[in-house]
Design a protein around this ligand. Structure first.
Ligand code: PML
Length: 278
């Protein structure tokens, strides 16, 4: 009886909800996080799935899990995913060279690239992403917190298309889907030149570099198995170093992915860089 009343209520509600999960240890160390934008019915299901994910995470048992469900009042921006591919790579040492070549092709200076790797290697205290300018100057105001990209999701139709496209490459996992949605939001902003990400899950060794100019490039074995360090660094082309509006976009502006760009398989670095148009 109760569920049929709920079903009627739900069918009349066409609001969009932001559902966010953050799991941390007793002393506040980040364990896992996830989020999406959903209809009311989907919000209930995803909150359950997020709770399940938080309580069974390879980074440990949480001391606290926070699940926030919030209606979205602003009309979401509708965007496409970045095109995706995987670059040939053999080990963490070659990954560093590959990553440096891609970032430098995007106009990011050596100092900024070194600073990003430094942050990613020692990132256990950083909860969100770090933001650097092209010379390596840290721009986000709270060095311990970083910036938490939030309020992004994928429409159910685009989600199905994405699952099929990733499935053809054998990589249809929530980790890849969620990372692609997040980086598509981040790199849609005109001030963002690119992003590098290394997973902080000890068992997950694929990272990526994303940018509007080259798309989402997955880099296998970017780190050794077993390492808990990782995170995200965004590179900004900010002239005046006032990044309040950019942070506001990343954290607050609702964005829904509603179109899917090409998902390709393995490519060589040369093939990828040859596509860079100035
Ligand atoms: C994460 O741990 O959420 C980051 C995953 C980055 C790589 C995802 C992929 O395989 O493309």
């Amino acid at each position: 009886m109760r569920s049929s009343i709920n079903a009627k209520l739900y069918s009349r509600d066409d609001s969009i909800y932001s559902v966010r999960m953050r799991a941390s240890t007793k002393n506040g160390r980040h364990i896992s996080g996830a989020e999406g934008l959903y209809s009311r019915t989907e919000a209930v299901l995803s909150a359950r799935q997020y709770a399940d994910r938080a309580l069974c995470h390879e980074r440990g048992r949480p001391g606290k899990v926070l699940i926030t469900i919030e209606p979205i009042t602003e009309e979401p921006l509708r965007i496409s995913t970045l095109p995706l591919c995987t670059v040939n790579n053999e080990n963490p040492e070659t990954a560093r060279v590959v990553a440096a070549k891609i970032l430098s092709a995007l106009g990011i200076g050596k100092q900024a690239i070194d600073a990003a790797f430094d942050i990613l290697r020692h990132s256990e205290v950083l909860r969100g992403a770090a933001i650097l300018d092209t010379e390596g100057v840290r721009l986000d105001p709270d060095l311990m917190r970083g910036v938490r990209v939030s309020r992004m999701g994928i429409s159910s139709e685009a989600g199905k298309k994405l699952s099929r496209a990733l499935g053809r490459q054998g990589i249809n996992t929530s980790t890849v889907r969620e990372a692609l949605v997040l980086s598509s939001k981040v790199n849609y902003h005109f001030e963002v030149i690119g992003e590098i990400c290394i997973s902080d899950n000890p068992g997950y060794t694929t990272g990526y570099i994303a940018s509007s100019r080259l798309g989402y490039i997955r880099i296998p074995v970017i780190k050794k198995k077993g390492l808990g360090q990782g995170g995200r660094v965004f590179f900004l082309n900010s002239r005046d170093n006032d990044i309040t509006d950019t942070i506001n976009y990343l954290e607050k502006r609702p964005v829904i992915v509603s179109a899917i760009a090409k998902c390709r398989g393995l490519r060589s670095l040369n093939e990828i860089l040859a596509e860079l148009v100035n």
